[in-house]
Ligand binder design. Structure first.
Ligand code: GLY
Length: 399
């Protein structure tokens, strides 16, 4: 009798395991189809976009007043995202017209490798030449990237333990959380050149940022001002958030992505722990909307009527899919599911542009800076970049 009962239990268990697997597989299949359909649309949008972007500039956003495309010069921090998105879309489609445009636009941004006036060289050069090198292995891109890493390193101050973000504003030595994103250029440079100094700068910057940018609940300040004589923190502010103590959504996403990437690059567990804490802060936030696309600030006035920021959703989705790979069991499944659900939301009509609309950007409804009344509820070139990256990651890693 006991044997029969055991057999029956085993039968029930195997049945429910089979059902769970079947559900997971159909979700994976459904989401892979959605990713393909969305990437196909992205390819068509960017092939149209290519035809109306002047050679001297790069696409940035849309002007809310008249609906026209706003472009940027190569020295603007977003310059690398258009070539980067073209590289990703070429990788997906193998469409040579995208590759030709990617080569041309990557070359256009190249001169910024000598720009020592900004911390944004990671965004500008690693997204453009970094993807170009990864895909083509052409050594000319390696040289561009190494020069860029040397330029970025000049902004490192050993007393502070950080790379200086801006040469403007009220601070002597401002560092913004976004700066975590520029570190991948440096870890890459050490791997390729065997010069350990780049990696040392990246780790020191990441360690100082854990210490000074993060609050006990693992939300992050936007701007930390340092004293260059003592290295002390002298200001904790925001530039793009709701207020100095608020949690600006894209900043939380930059940190999540940055520490996930730093764990990949260094295997230092402290970065993995930091990324998990940030993910848990975001995903457990009482004001995270049901579709997982954040308001522009978790403390924005007017929630639930505050604007959403699709770019923060796209950056976080890409990071969560990666973080899921470095964690196990339920924790890993939670991050994966959150990234997957964010992608599903972004690929829905609520955020995804209709073909031929939105100045051919892929996503609608991002926010650049509400305090500056700049780029409010518009497409943004970097929302597209991280969205496409996340869709490709999903296809590659879906389990
Ligand atoms: N790095 C500037 C921004 O996220 O808006």
């Amino acid at each position: 009798m006991k044997k029969l009962q055991l057999l029956f239990c085993a039968f029930l268990l195997s049945g429910s395991i089979t059902t769970v697997y079947a559900q997971q597989n159909s979700r994976k299949q459904q989401m892979t189809e959605l990713a393909n359909k969305t990437l196909d649309l992205a390819v068509r949008q960017y092939k149209q976009m290519m035809q109306h972007v002047p050679d001297s500039v790069l696409p940035r956003t849309t002007n809310n007043a008249d609906g026209s495309m706003v472009t940027a010069k190569t020295n603007w921090w977003t310059a690398g995202f258009y070539p980067g998105t073209l590289w990703y879309l070429f990788e997906y489609s193998k469409d040579n017209t995208l590759k030709e445009e990617a080569i041309k636009r990557t070359a256009q941004v190249e001169k910024e490798k000598n720009n020592k006036g900004t911390h944004d060289l990671g965004f500008m050069l690693y997204c453009s030449s970094g993807n170009a090198y990864r895909i083509t292995k052409d050594p000319k891109y390696k040289e561009i990237l190494l020069t860029s890493a040397r330029s970025l390193s000049t902004r490192f101050n050993p007393t502070v333990g950080c790379i200086k973000s801006w040469d403007h504003g009220k601070w002597q030595f401002p560092v913004i959380i976004d700066n975590m994103m520029n570190l991948e250029l440096l870890t890459w440079a050490t791997r390729v050149s065997k010069d350990p100094s780049f990696d040392r700068i990246a780790r020191t910057h990441a360690n100082t940022t854990i210490k000074n940018h993060y609050r006990p609940d693992y939300s992050s300040y936007h701007v930390i001002g340092y004293d260059t004589t003592t290295g002390a923190v002298v200001a904790r502010n925001t530039a793009q958030g709701a207020n100095d103590t608020s949690a600006w959504s894209r900043g939380q996403a930059w940190g999540l992505y940055g520490y996930t990437m730093m764990f990949r690059e260094t295997k230092d567990k402290a970065y993995l722990e930091q990324a998990k804490h940030i993910a848990d802060y975001i995903l457990g936030h009482p004001r995270m909307p049901e579709d997982l696309i954040p308001y522009w600030d978790y403390d924005a006035p007017g929630i639930p009527n505050a604007k959403r920021d699709a770019s923060a959703g796209a950056v976080a989705a890409s990071a969560l899919l990666e973080l899921s790979r470095y964690t196990k069991g339920d924790v890993s499944a939670r991050y994966w599911k959150a990234g997957e659900n964010m992608l599903e939301s972004l690929a829905s009509p609520a955020y995804l542009a209709k073909e031929g609309e939105n100045n051919n950007f892929i996503l609608m409804h991002s926010v650049g800076s509400i305090p500056h009344n700049s780029e409010v509820d518009v497409p943004l070139t970097y929302a597209d970049y991280y969205f496409v990256e996340a869709l490709l990651r999903y296809k590659q890693w879906a389990k």
